[in-house]
Write a protein of this length. Structure first.
Length: 130
């Protein structure tokens, strides 16, 4: 199961980047003075927005939860035996690792809303029936 990054944030950041870029171009071609970093910040916003739209936040396999880096191929793998190793308060997820309950670095506000709801339902359903 793949949980994507929040697409709403991606769209907002892209719109912000386009607005910044438009302001930069308007000032530049309107005879005003602007800093090139102003234009670059608009391009960076657009780039981060695209990353939010296309990248996976984390992935659940039969025996592990894999949290992926925002940029690049780095990831952290959290192995588990069953979904009973997980607990949640709906916004945060905890996993029993070596007998200790640890909070995982995954958050509901960063995840796509529909994907997050499916993930939480999967956790709760498997914990009830297992």
């Amino acid at each position: 199961m793949k949980i994507h990054l929040n697409r709403t944030y991606g769209k907002i950041v892209i719109i912000l980047g386009v607005l910044i870029l438009c302001l930069f171009l308007a000032f530049t071609f309107g005879g005003g003075t602007t800093d090139v970093f102003f234009g670059l910040s608009g391009l960076m916003c657009i780039g981060f927005g695209i990353i939010f739209l296309k990248n996976t936040y984390f992935e659940v396999t039969p025996n592990s939860l894999i949290v992926k880096a925002l940029i690049g191929s780095a990831h952290t793998t959290y192995p588990f035996n069953s979904t009973k190793d997980f607990s949640t308060d709906g916004k945060s997820v905890f996993l029993v690792i070596n007998g200790n309950r640890e909070k995982l670095p995954i958050y509901s506000w960063v995840a796509d809303k529909k994907d997050w709801e499916i993930f939480i339902q999967w956790l709760r359903a498997d914990n009830r029936t297992s």
